[in-house]
Design a binder for this molecule. Structure first.
Ligand code: FES
Length: 77
């Protein structure tokens, strides 16, 4: 197992839950298990990150991805 992994933070606050973070998290999980990304990433669930109006929120490399989607994340990976 790789000792170095990049973290993908996914907000699990109440507004992001309403915005579909559970499904998003599932899709991200599938993505990072796929051949190209396997073992390189780790998903971390967070509490509210104070960007509720832009739910669901993802943070990658210190960058906030508002209205997060797998497509948007893929562009940034
Ligand atoms: S609930 Fe996700 S940023 Fe507030």
């Amino acid at each position: 197992m790789a000792t170095y992994r990049r973290f993908i933070f996914v907000c699990n606050g109440s507004d992001c839950k309403k915005g579909g973070c559970k499904k998003l998290q599932k899709d991200i999980k599938e993505l990072i298990r796929s051949e190209d990304y396997k073992g390189k990433f780790k998903i971390i669930k967070t509490k509210c990150m104070d960007f509720c109006k832009s739910a669901p929120v993802i943070v990658l490399n210190n960058e906030v991805l508002k209205r997060g989607s797998v497509e948007l994340l893929k562009e940034k990976l």
